[in-house]
Ligand binder design. Structure first.
Ligand SMILES: [Zn+2]
Ligand SMILES: [Zn+2]
Length: 337
């Protein structure tokens, strides 16, 4: 099968992703073989390429926002039949037995495996996964529209959940890429009386934010019209943590959705940035419950993902664009026509 593999970590500008041929994987009893239609490109893929988040094996096939159809299945599979459309997220497996799994926090499971980091992902014509970690997708979304829902959407939903917003609270979003452009649509639906202020450095993202209902747009470091009750930071930039805390109201909460920051978080003067019950919470990974709650909600709202499509062979170029904020919103790699 055709696959794009990462053989060794390096700056993306050196184009380390290589289009090659790999043997088609075969299914275990509980697994489905997925013929990949499209796979979303995510900032985490870039973190793996550049070594900020080390893949556990090399070479590896990246990609964890996968849409495809069931092409084969193991003897014990009961949830899906051949030809069914499925979506796959970052969560590839979890142990199901540890304290975290038992309490619904399988995103924190020490034994969990991550799609495209610990096992081969969706930058390939085929991949295999346990039927328990694949999801049916709402019909209203095309394959390409569904792809960004599977990471940007699901983890955005988790970020929003952890922010514990009540309607009318003032919300700030830092960074306005694949994730935040979905999150703002959920906020407008669930919390219609909450003004949303968007902090982004690109004019095009600001325009998209305004078209999706942002009450104000500016850059990280700017003063918004009012202090924030809840802030969500989607950027890879450490300084944005301090910028967000600087405009967070007393008792406010900052939720950081980043698996790695490319630049360090600057020192935080306690009295200025943290005192008066300001909170910081990071978001890690996703659970199956996040996906199972979010996907039907996305269809109900309905979320309109802004996507840009590229051929799989352009994976290097797409991640270069992602690194330099040159994508309008969510990039989707077309794997099989
Ligand atoms: Zn992702
Ligand atoms: Zn576990």
């Amino acid at each position: 099968m055709k696959a794009v593999v990462l053989n060794k970590t390096s700056p993306i500008e050196e184009k380390p992703l290589e289009l090659t041929d790999l043997p088609r994987p075969t299914v275990a009893d509980d697994q489905i073989l997925v013929k990949v239609s499209v796979c979303g490109a995510c900032h985490t893929d870039l973190d793996e390429v550049e070594g900020r988040l080390k893949p556990t094996k090399l070479p590896i096939v990246l990609g964890h926002q996968i849409v495809g159809t069931v092409a084969d299945k193991g003897k014990a599979v009961t949830k899906f039949k051949t030809g069914d459309r499925v979506g796959i997220t970052w969560l590839y497996s979890a142990c199901g037995e540890c304290n975290f799994c038992q309490r619904g926090n399988e995103n924190l499971c020490g034994e969990a495996e991550w799609t495209g980091k610990d096992v081969d992902g969706g930058y390939a014509e085929y991949m295999v996964i346990s039927e328990d970690f694949a999801y049916p997708l709402p019909k209203r979304f095309s394959d390409s529209e569904a792809a960004p829902l599977l990471c940007a959407g699901v983890i955005g939903y988790r970020t929003l959940r952890l922010a514990e917003i009540t309607d009318g609270q003032i919300i700030g979003l830092f960074g306005f890429g694949a994730c935040a452009h979905i999150v703002i649509q959920i906020i407008k639906y669930k919390f219609p009386n909450s003004p949303v202020f968007v902090f982004t450095k690109t004019a095009e993202h600001a325009k998209l934010a305004e078209s999706l209902g942002a009450a104000w747009t500016g850059r990280s470091g700017d003063q918004p019209p009012a202090k924030l009750n809840k802030a969500m930071d989607f950027t890879p930039v450490g300084e944005c943590v301090r910028d967000a805390l600087a405009v967070l109201d007393r008792g406010g909460r900052l939720v950081i959705n980043a698996i790695r920051k490319e630049t360090p978080v600057p020192p935080l003067d306690y009295s200025r940035y943290l005192w008066l019950e300001r909170e910081i919470k990071s978001v890690a990974n996703v659970t199956r419950a996040d996906a199972e709650e979010f996907l039907p909600l996305a269809a109900q709202i309905p979320i309109v993902p802004t996507i840009e499509e590229f051929p799989l062979a352009q994976a290097n170029e797409v991640l270069i664009k992602l690194k330099h904020s040159k994508l309008r919103a969510a990039a989707v790699l077309k794997v099989c026509e």
